[in-house]
Design a protein around this ligand. Sequence first.
Ligand code: F58
Length: 832
Amino acid sequence: KKAPAKSTAKKSSAVNKVPEIECTSKQMQQAIVDRLHKGLGTDAEKANNKAWWNATCHAVNEVVFDKLTQTQQNHSGQDTRSVNYLSLEFLMGRLLSNNLHNLQLFKVTEEALKALGKDLYEICDEEPDMALGNGGLGRLAACFIDSLATLGYPAIGYGIHYEHGLFAQSFQDGRQIERPDTWREYGNPWEICRPESIQHVPLYGYVETVFDEDGGSHKVWHAGQKLKGVPWDVPIVGYGAKTVNILRLWESRADEAFDWDVFNAGGYVDAQAEKSKAETVSKVLYPNDETPEGKELRLVQQYFFCACSVKDILRRFKRHNTDWTKLSDKVAIQLNDTHPTIAIPELMRILVDEERLDWDFAWSICQKVFAYTNHTLLPEALEKWSVALFEKVLPRHLEIIYEINRQFMEVVEAKWPGDDSKKAKLSIIEEGDDRKVCMANLCVVTAYKVNGVAAVHSELVKTDLFPEYHELFPTKLVNVTNGVTPRRWLKACNPKLAALYDDEVGADWVVNLDKLRGVLPKAKDVALQKRFMDIKKDNKIELAKIIKDLTGVEVSADAIFDIQIKRLHEYKRQQLNMMHILALYKRLLDNPDYDMVPRVFIFGAKAAPGYHMAKQIIYALNKIADKVNNDERVKGKLKVVFLPNYRVSLAEKLFPAADISEQISTAGLEASGTGNMKFAINGALTVGTMDGANIEMAEEIGAEHMFIFGLSVAEVKELKQQGYNPFDYYYNNPELKSVLDWLDTDYFTPGHPGALSDIKRSLLEGGDEYLCLADYASYSEAHLKIDAMYRDQAVWAEKAILNSGAMGKFNSDRSIEDYASTIWNLTKHPIS
Ligand code: F58
């Protein structure tokens, strides 16, 4: 049945529509050369590209800082309500090109540099990615702060100033090697240190009960260690450059005042050891994907940045306010997943122990301030901390959590009298030999709103993850479907398609992506199709060069570019893609004339360093690529490339060049996905399951313009209930059997038979938890349809236009408008 081809999304209108900054190419030239001379002590002759990049960034900053000051004066002057977005991750990528686009100075700067003999694109390529995140969740935070500034909302992002972001990946004999990321080894032009806003953070120690003269008592936490949080501000330029918000990242240092005793006792060397211990707290981003381990340092990281951020929020509040009832009028705190949950007991601690507010009053404030976003249903990804660890690191917070839980258990008792199983399930403390603090439960109990990130996911949060909480708090659980910023993910990364849209629908699609609908009625127009496909071809040619550079593999831009880029995880099913590639390879070997449109399968993915199966899949794909790419018998019809070090800046080259977007997770497990949106906006067709935001994309685009396959959420549940047996599929599908058996030979790993067997084992004896075998036949069929459709370039072009043009809903401005109205109650404060 045809899905409605009409957007249900609310219109989002950005505040900033007109170019605002007056800057000629001559002035920009002068500013850059000035920065080379006066800022870097070099000149145009001596400067290398890195120096040119640095000088250009500093020249841009002169404009940015001006706007930043205006924004801050305006917000502070009006004492505006703001949202504080707490996230352990902000996957920002590069900033120069993005800032130039948002300032609408890209063309001017391109001309300026050209006149100086430099190419802006090459200069932009000098910038190291700011990779302070793992994947979707971190990149979502980056898109959201872009949209918040673009829409003119007062907002601050709070996170950690990691010295090393996500590890750099290379391959050695096909295996993933991790190396430290060094994004700011030689400084970073975008950040401003703010020593005037340093915070001090206690840790460890013990809690004392102090009895007051009036007969009451209060608690005093005597810390065993103190850290200093140094804030680094990264300006976040909204499109049109009226509002410039900040991302405030905390760096940990030793608290000298705290070490003074050690110094005085002659312990200079010990004090240095303390110093480096303190600095480890913000040293490195944890590279876990979905399964955070109970590591002490991670808990300390979480508390460190939450404590700094909460204190900073209260400092700003206190500048204008003395009445605590006003806190929830001025402040919303959004918790990006459970990682910043500890901010809840921290706010309670400050209000009760330091501000000496009555518990009930403090609790009522907390319940009006915090909101929580859930990004996953995978049970292993829901954070739990051992009570013993908590007691050691944060003894006072544990007491506070116990009291919150005690009172909450009374609420549960009132609702379900005598039902201990309900209490066990809903308790913030999980009982057992190793008692645990369940962070998601603490979030749901406290937050005034809890949201999932796509419609299906939010439904599953209600029905499967938190059904009892939903019964208790029927209005708390809501949905906000994710989105991506069209500034970075179309305008900046695909300038040719952006220019086409400027011509077709007007340049303001950039702040109102629904405008792209204007091309839908013209999807059959031959001239438009030609322009669209020529752009795609150009982007593919550019990507082919990058592939050659990075891997040495030659690929033809006439082939279908079929791309899967995302973290390597079994539920995302790169192994399903792999099985289909092996089947194609087999078909070509069995029949040298097998008729298929040449296909290039492209992968980009990092595996968590401790995730064995994910690393095996990378290894297998690299080994398969070696074999296939060097096999004359396939006559160039099949190529496989695994690009090393997948990251934001590489993604920007991949999305615009894709024909096929692989979104093939087991239904019910990908909360939303955001790569799916980036591909479709750039005109790729999706092969995907009915999962996450794919479902809403199908509603907007029309499922018949996508390649939907596989089991639905309900069918997955049913199959699992019946008892799923992967061997049924293995024995019933000879092609599937033969590709899996291939993995047991040494065909791909000469001299090492069995080197890939554990992948097969996990898909058979291991039970195939993610149902790859169950979906294989349907996936393989979907690929036959892709092949057939690509042969008719007019049909393909029409579909690509229909996909891209229907993506209005999936822009992060719409997501932010949804948050602002349904969760934050936030109003715009445009800077004039
Ligand atoms: C992702 N989660 C979801 N987690 O998997 C994806 O479906 C969704 O689109 C995206 O969030 C944004 O909502 C995700 O990226 C992580 O990266 C880790 C979870 C465990 C700890 C560290 C981060």
